[in-house]
Design a protein around this ligand. Sequence first.
Ligand SMILES: Nc1ncnc2c1ncn2[C@@H]1O[C@H](COP(=O)(O)OP(=O)(O)OP(=O)(O)O)[C@@H](O)[C@H]1O
Length: 284
Amino acid sequence: MARTRKSKPSLVKNIKKIINLDNPDSYISEPDPSKHELALKAENVSVFYDENEAIKSVNLAFERFKITTLIGASGSGKSTFIRSLNRMNDGIARVSGKIMYRGLDLNSPDVDVYEVRRHIGMVFQMPNPFAKSIYNNITFALTQRGKYSKEQLDEIVESSLKQAALWDQVKDDLNKSALELSGGQAQRLVIARALALKPDILLMDEPTSALDPKSIMQIEETMMELKKKYTIIIVTHNLQQAARIGDYTAFFHLGKVIEYDLTRKIFTRPKVKLTDDYVSGNFG
Ligand SMILES: Nc1ncnc2c1ncn2[C@@H]1O[C@H](COP(=O)(O)OP(=O)(O)OP(=O)(O)O)[C@@H](O)[C@H]1O
């Protein structure tokens, strides 16, 4: 039987597609909102420190109950970007674009910044417990804004510490100063403090870079548990960590997102050469 020659043009087209994808300047594969629930979406976000545009029109959608890792060389803009997601750049930098959360633009000036940070908590690189007891570290923000009974506060302290996997170590020492905790314990306390406000999303800016290897592994295990209830966005310099815990990974370079995809794709078959160079350790 004579063969049709129909398949040829489409083959050529496919090869062209592959060639084009071989070395694109950028490649963004965001979760499809019709199939995956989004927790947060950055739309055309740019951040300026005076004239310096540190973040340039970034678009990223974050899937709910997943861990998204932000990677890139020093100075690529990861911290600047993550801080824009819960208005931590207010008074420091000018942020344009939209941060969409439950249909609301959190970057709008009339949004209550306290409420933003209650829904979107933040954990920093250096554990920063308050110079207060373990118990009061957790209840402090709550009691500033609302009225809670002792029983309610006790319950919140216990459940927050349990979620941060610190309860068993401190349950008999809740009145001890938080400043006496080890680095790893203090970072867990800070995580518990953020959880006490019942957030949806946890932003973490290099949360384990000041910790010893054992504490790093413990916090990673805790994060894998936490993602059952929270959406996590984390900046990390530790590529093994990004590969271990990330569901999605965004690679930043000079203020832009060069590639955004499933973490396993970023680390095994990135589409952009620059991403490949970075994850292969050729720069950064
Ligand atoms: N408070 C600030 N004032 C002025 N410029 C800043 C400020 N913070 C960051 N920048 C600038 O913004 C750019 C991005 O810095 P940023 O700290 O966001 O990068 P990064 O990827 O998080 O780096 P690192 O991994 O070293 O923390 C850099 O050029 C930096 O100098």
